[in-house]
Design a protein around this ligand. Structure first.
Ligand code: ADP
Ligand code: GN1
Ligand code: MG
Length: 375
């Protein structure tokens, strides 16, 4: 899939939402791999207002009404909490859906595409890469606090917006199928990556085994805790809000922490074309552990979960690597790509990080023990 410019149906879609004033500009926004995100500006005599329009990728999210039901429940629940705690700041601390004119949380365009609108969170930004331990600590604290906010979400189990999303065994079987089918004739070229993936197969079952034996617990988790899914204040650098709520569903806290390690304790971007640039940065890992264990979630993690914080990083990095590899083998049908070898670059750089994480398991365990033991 490649990135698309603002589509021709945009004005009709925009007119379905009761936004004040006149649409004065719209442009693609952000660097997400799945949805199409646009920043739209409206103006009237009172000034300018900005909104985020998103066309939801419904080839990937096949139950959009269910997904939007999750988003509505989660945002309403968090909004009630931040209104109580944060007063006037509350509007920035959670995504706020703008209902369509008919009151629905989304609209469908003539081609069947699904669209939603959020208030633009002002005075904040996202980063694609963590540079300082302070940023890593902040992100981990934010995702930990976010998960704690959802611990008492009423209304029953959330929809699984992508079934088996972090079921690494299923991801592995999908790769095996993609290799066997070799739909676009790329398998020979990536033999080394396939061999690496197959050699690490046993890892796919480790957390699933702990879950099956009741040693770790399912909770409501974010499941996509990439650093660019947390908005940071332009002035203070502190967390404003956790965003990208499409994959919130039952999951494991270790998936959330592991995904943070992958994106926030690494030395370069996930798609760096030079895998040798990619390795674990232990000071950033330490900051993540401090932030996560210091957040309200730290109080609910058991000893088994703590003991697997480092492994979780390795597993999520492996999982992303095999997903990128499977997509490359299938002809790039899932992630947005900017060039033909993009998924292969991503895969190779993820596997470099898996190696680095594997080599650092005991160093990571020592850090977790040290941070857990400190007052
Ligand atoms: P994707 O699922 O494609 O990653 P996201 O929901 O994460 O989509 O949005 C992509 C980017 O758009 C984010 O990384 C962020 O920079 C920006 N963004 C999303 N929602 C908002 C918002 N309400 N206010 C300001 N920026 C936003
Ligand atoms: C996708 O939507 P985005 O860009 O935040 C993907 C994640 C991957 C990530 C890899 C729904 O996240 O699972 O970890 O790319 N989201 C989905 O960068 O598949
Ligand atoms: Mg995102």
């Amino acid at each position: 899939m490649s990135t698309s410019p603002v589509p021709p149906e945009f004005p009709v879609v925009a007119s379905a939402f009761p936004l004040p004033g006149r649409l004065t500009g719209v442009a693609p926004h952000g660097s997400g791999h799945i949805n199409e995100t646009y920043l739209a500006t409206y103006a009237d005599a009172g000034g300018e207002r900005r909104y985020i329009f998103q066309k939801i990728n419904h080839r990937i999210f096949q139950n959009v009404p269910g997904l939007m039901d999750n988003v509505r429940r989660v945002t309403a629940h968090i909004a009630a909490k931040v209104r109580a705690a944060d007063g006037p700041e509350a509007a920035r601390r959670v995504l706020t859906l703008v209902p369509a004119r008919d009151g629905a949380a989304f609209v469908q365009d003539a081609g069947g595409g699904y669209w939603r609108v959020y208030d633009f969170i002002t005075g904040a930004h996202t980063v694609d890469r963590v540079i300082t331990p302070a940023q890593a600590r902040e992100a981990a604290q934010a995702f930990g606090a976010f998960q704690a906010q959802l611990a008492d979400l009423p209304g029953g189990r959330l929809h699984e917006t992508i079934p088996n999303f972090h079921h690494t065994r299923s991801r592995f079987e999908a790769l095996r199928k993609a290799v066997a089918a070799d739909a676009v004739g790329r398998a020979a070229e990536v033999r080394a990556e396939i061999d690496f993936a197959f050699a690490h197969e046993a890892d796919a079952d480790r957390l699933l085994g702990l879950l099956a034996r009741g040693e770790i617990t399912e909770r409501v988790t974010h499941n996509d805790t990439k650093i660019n899914n947390v908005m940071l204040d332009d002035v203070t650098g502190r967390t404003v809000a956790v965003i990208d709520l499409d994959t919130i569903m039952p999951g494991l806290p270790l998936y959330d922490f592991g995904e943070m390690v992958r994106t926030s304790a690494s030395s370069t971007l996930e798609d760096d074309p030079e895998p040798a640039n990619m390795h674990l940065q232990l000071p950033l890992f330490r900051a993540l552990v401090e932030g996560y264990l210091g957040s309200p979630v730290g109080r609910v993690l058991n000893a088994v979960e703590r003991a697997h914080l480092g492994f979780a990083g390795q597993l999520m990095t492996y999982e992303n690597g095999i997903r990128f590899l499977a997509d490359y083998l299938q002809g790039d049908t899932y992630y947005k790509i900017r060039h033909p070898r993009h998924n292969l670059d991503r895969c190779r750089t993820q596997f470099a990080l898996v190696r680095s994480l594997d080599a650092a398991q005991s160093a990571m365990a020592a850090i977790v023990a040290e941070v857990s033991g400190s007052p």
